[in-house]
Design a protein around this ligand. Sequence first.
Ligand code: NAD
Length: 358
Amino acid sequence: MDATFVLLPGDGIGPEIVAQARRVLELIGTRFGHHFVFHTGLIGGAAIDATGDPLPDETIRMCTEADGVLLGAVGGPKWDDPNAKTRPEAGLLRIRKELGLFANLRPIKTFPELVDASPLKREVVEGTDILFFRELTGGIYFGPSSLEELPDGGYRASSTMVYDTHEIERIFRLAAEAARRRRNKLTMVDKANVLEASRLWRRVCAELAATEFPDVEYEVVLVDAMAMHLISRPTSFDVVVTENLFGDILTDEASMLPGSLGMLPSASLGAEGPGLYEPVHGSAPDIAGKGIANPLATILAAALMLRHSCQLEEEAVAIERAVQDVLATGARTADIARGSQRVLSTVEMTDLILAALQ
Ligand code: NAD
């Protein structure tokens, strides 16, 4: 197939890890007979330095015309001045908006070789393989909010959780379709015992589950219970779908399960147009330029891009398998090395992935 990818390296370790993911994509193209074209765009602090804008129009244009966008990370101390006119993170929020990305997918998978790095016991966490769908453009983060001063000198603040039926339906369908391709189990998380918005989620999701996805095993769990279940029995979940605020908190909680931030990719999808793929971690300014960053989360994000934006499942699985096989040989970057394990550089780790893919 022909596909065009936009690479947005960003700041800190972004350029180092995106360059390695590109090597992996190029090899996949050669091995499977695809024609991949790459364009590179500016975002974040690097874009502010070059143009004064964290998301130049040229970047937006490139991204909207692409099949997939692979982002490194944005931000760093250089752009942290609270009085600055703009910040790198503004570029990230805007690209999500420009591309209409309403669903954030976060796979949480433990690698058997790294399970001992998890804060949980091996017997609890081993085998965890969850795919979160977090609604990204609605809910309390985007509803009306207010701050008013009261006659007694105090203040009253409010933030409102707002959802329309279609916002719930579109992400539920994505999640239920993903469940069909996985272990066929879908968990919807809400707070329907208290919140009106959650009661709408529950009604709309129950209706869709019964009418469009009767073959998918469906359950609902209250968010407070879910916070506990994720720690006590994470292996009992397959696909989880939830609204924005609950998803924000639960996915961060779940990101601790595998024990290393350097291993976790994420994808953000819209109704049409390209998805945005990135590692969950930030720009790691403390190790930028040293050549020691773990490239695996970004390489796994590239696998998600092939799966979700190009429907290249076999190619995505090949990358995921290569990562697993390389870890099984004991290969480690500094962030995941233990004891006397030899520590590999960013490039050396990628070399092993490429060799496993040959
Ligand atoms: P961080 O994820 O960048 O780093 C946290 C710790 O993990 C650091 O010690 C870092 O060295 C380490 N780490 C992260 N990724 C690694 C990798 N691939 N390999 C090895 N070690 C890795 O989080 P932070 O320090 O809180 O934030 C740094 C900057 O990144 C801030 O400016 C923040 O705003 C930004 N940030 C950006 C994104 C994004 O672009 N999506 C996300 C989170 C944070």
